[in-house]
Design a protein around this ligand. Structure first.
Ligand code: DGL
Length: 282
């Protein structure tokens, strides 16, 4: 990775955080669309999944991860996790960042997803598939109403999808039951839904099965490209942040769990070999 030049402004990689492996689906698209930057990925695998945890815990764990990435030179951190974006982003932006360093930034994945909904949905009925934590926060409904008050958003919790992915069961026959179950529940709640938002960064790993059980007319939105395009636009509008990002096209991985275990499953997400190091969060 590019070294910070002591005579100039300090530069660092873009920090990408998720509770576990899911953020790798975002990182993959970031590296495709913004290949010139360096990235530092952090998965809090030792404490994943976050999706069923309380607000206080998700906020505390996310803040610890953000501080860790800041301490390793990141000026900009993407919460590549809907649960953390829903439960912790606002508090970190409003309460913590001004005290830690007002020049640093933390961005989430929900807003960039919501922004394009009216381009995609014809019926104006959107279904969000997400973790129980994201659904309980109603972040998707709240953000959508701000931009498109006429749109109807139905949020469906899928509590078993992250454990299925984290345990390498995404392609198993057993996964079919739970994929179908939550899709059926969503379509029963609002049969006019014509767009599914995969509101959890783990869910692209279940895309084949989600396609299999989604009604034919439904469009399925994955977040990676949306988040990457949105970051590109953000950096164009914020040159003061852009100059703080190191450019070397490199990537490093940190995990709070066993690195060998992380590397084995992470490579399924990234489609290339991964070599991580352990970091302790507290
Ligand atoms: N990948 C995270 C998300 O986008 C959630 C995973 C978890 O439950 O820890 O919501």
């Amino acid at each position: 990775m590019a070294e910070a030049d002591a005579s100039a402004i300090s530069v660092g990689p873009v920090g990408v955080f998720d509770s576990g492996y899911g953020g790798l689906t975002i990182l993959r698209e970031l590296r495709k669309i913004l290949p010139e930057y360096d990235y530092l990925y952090l998965g809090d695998n030792a404490r994943a999944p976050y999706g069923s945890r309380s607000f206080e815990i998700i906020y505390r764990y996310t803040l610890e991860a953000v501080k860790e990435l800041f301490s390793r030179g990141c000026h900009l951190v993407i919460l590549a996790c809907n649960t953390a974006s829903a439960k912790a982003l606002r508090t970190i932006q409003q309460k913590d960042l001004p005290a830690i360093d007002p020049a640093r930034r933390v961005l989430g994945v929900i807003r960039p997803t919501v922004e394009i909904l009216d381009d995609v949905s014809r019926s104006g009925h959107v279904g969000v598939l997400a973790t129980p934590g994201t659904v309980a926060s109603h972040s998707y409904q709240i953000e959508t109403v701000k931009l498109f008050p006429e749109m109807r958003v139905t949020e469906q919790a899928c509590p078993l999808w992250v454990p299925i992915v984290e345990n390498s069961e995404a392609d198993s026959d057993g996964a079919d039951f739970f994929v179908k179950k939550y899709i059926d529940a969503l379509m029963t709640e609002d049969p006019e839904v014509d767009t599914f938002v995969l509101g959890c960064t783990h869910y692209p790993l279940l895309i084949e099965k989600i396609r299999k059980y989604a009604p034919d007319h439904v469009r399925i939105l994955e977040q990676g490209r949306l988040v990457a395009e949105s970051l590109k636009d953000y950096l164009r509008r914020h040159p003061e942040m852009d100059i703080r990002l190191s450019r070397g096209g490199g990537v490093e991985y940190l995990t709070s769990e066993n690195p060998d275990k992380f590397d084995a499953l992470a490579s399924v997400f990234t489609h290339h070999p991964v070599k991580s190091t352990r970091c302790t969060l507290d």
